[in-house]
Design a binder for this molecule. Structure first.
Ligand code: FCX
Length: 442
């Protein structure tokens, strides 16, 4: 059985060769025209980043090394296959796929799970930092603070300061990345304890359990099979969404300055904390609960839901959980989470889950009539929070933290690849309006 590091070491020369060929044969091939509206429009659609783990198609949604979410659900090992209990994709399996492009065997996943368990304990100083933060500080700010502070022990930063060769940069980057992924659940659990006083505050790790079974135990859900498997699925499928989204792009950008993985991922978390990105799952739940109060739960009529949607839009707000910068169809991640709800009676019968599903049928029509958004369909955030709520995790300022455990599965593998491929510091050209005008006149 291979370790993840051995599996990555096999892939690195293949990727380096692929890049060499691409440069030699196609360096000057055009990838489209850049217009002023690209510059003014958040660079939508510009093909200007290399991202190996996943590709997002506007119609069919995300694929991870060519595999759709249903494909991954079929082939990636679950907890049942490694001696635990559960049918959903293990985040460890997704991490392996994202890093290597290969489907791991159950034995490889078990080995990775054990490696993560062995590295998951937090150093004392990190617990102290979290405990010293005010309970009123947003959990995402606490998360980014603790992750940045782990750079105290970065192998990459240490190696770099000691003159590490460029060809070897990827090795300590991978060590740091695995170490960080191993510690994210304990950081998240410690924040839960600091802010809400929930969980036992010990963050104990059982080496026979997978990453999320341990995390669930830490936040007080160790006996809840439904919640544990939901968290596995949620964390596996939120892992990567190609490179241009704010969190992934930020990790890549900051990492391009050779900031170590802790600093790069801390910056990514700060981007994830924005309401148009990861914070949307917190926003959705607040909004859906207010709607439930106003129109009723699963039994609410279509008419009432429509009225509520219009009142949100007329007040100048966006409907959270709807729309997407790239997708033009319902988000397959939304579909996967909705399918999960159908498999469990406690979710099928939940009033808030039923309301969220009903809204997903009504909102596209209203948003089309409203006529602004290019995509009237639900994105992943529309569905993710109501399940947590139903399972009793009602502290919705915490929801984006769970997203933050997940996004590392995609952002950090690309950082490893960036180092292995010797990608340069990112430095696009900016223009002032005056210089733009002068350029256009030429
Ligand atoms: N409700 C109301 N109006 C919306 C809307 C929505 N859900 N989505 C987009 N619009 C509006 C935009 O605000 C914009 O209006 P403007 O011209 O007055 O500025 C117009 O429609 C065109 O926007 P569009 O090109 O369709 O979307 P963008 O690429 O600019 O933005 C996001 C994409 C996701 C930011 C946008 O759809 C939005 O704000 N959605 C709600 C928040 C949300 O769910 N975010 C999570 C997204 C994702 F899944 C994630 O990153 O986690």
């Amino acid at each position: 059985t291979k370790s993840l590091k051995e599996a990555v070491a096999e892939v690195v020369p293949e990727k380096q060769e692929q890049l060499k060929k691409l440069k030699a044969e196609h360096a000057d091939a055009p990838l489209g025209e850049i217009t002023v509206s690209h510059l003014l429009g958040g660079m939508r659609g510009l093909k200007v980043m290399l991202w190996e783990g996943s590709v997002l198609d506007s119609e069919s949604g995300i694929t991870f090394h060519g595999k759709s979410i249903p494909d991954c659900q079929k082939v990636l090992p679950n907890a049942d296959q490694i001696g635990g209990k559960g049918k959903e994709i293990l985040p460890e399996s997704m991490l392996w796929l994202l890093l290597t492009g290969k489907v791991p065997t159950p034995e490889e996943v078990k080995g990775l799970s054990q490696e993560l368990a062995a590295k998951g304990k937090l150093p004392d100083y990190i617990e102290k930092i979290i405990d010293s933060l005010p309970k009123t500080l947003h959990p995402m700010t606490q998360f980014a603070t603790a992750v940045a502070a782990l750079n105290h022990d970065s192998k990459f930063a240490q190696g770099y300061s000691q003159g590490l060769k460029k060809a070897d940069y990827w090795k300590p980057t991978l060590d740091d990345s695995i170490d960080l992924i191993a510690k994210l659940p304990a950081i998240a659990a410690r924040i839960y304890y600091n802010v809400f006083g929930l969980g036992d505050g010990k963050q104990a790790i059982d080496s026979s359990k997978d990453l999320i079974a341990n995390y669930s135990e830490m936040i007080g859900y160790g006996d809840n099979e439904g919640m544990i498997d939901y968290l596995r699925l949620y964390i596996a499928i939120h892992g990567d969404h190609e490179g241009g989204n704010v969190s992934a792009h930020t990790a890549h950008l900051v990492g391009s300055a050779l900031s170590d993985p802790y600093l790069s991922y801390s910056a990514a978390l700060l981007g994830l904390a924005g309401p148009l990105h990861g914070l949307a799952n917190q926003e959705v739940l607040g909004w859906a609960l207010a709607m439930q109060e106003a129109v009723g739960g699963g039994e609410a009529s279509e008419e009432k839901i429509k009225e509520y949607l219009w009142s949100t839009l007329k007040s100048g707000r966006v409907v959270p959980g709807y729309g997407h910068a790239v997708l033009r169809q319902p988000d397959p991640r939304f579909t996967a989470l909705s399918e999960f709800c159908k498999t469990r009676p406690e979710l099928r019968d939940s009033s808030i889950v039923q309301l969220v599903q009903k809204v997903s049928q009504v909102a596209p029509g209203v948003l089309k009539e409203h006529g602004k958004t290019k995509n009237p369909f639900p994105n992943v955030d529309a569905a993710s929070g109501c399940v947590l709520y139903q399972y009793g995790l009602t502290q919705f300022t915490y929801y984006t933290v769970i997203f933050g455990i997940s996004r590392a599965l995609g952002a950090l593998p690309q950082l490893v690849m960036d180092r292995a491929l010797g990608m340069p510091i990112e430095r696009p050209k900016s223009m002032s309006m005056d210089s733009l005008k002068a350029f256009i006149k030429k």
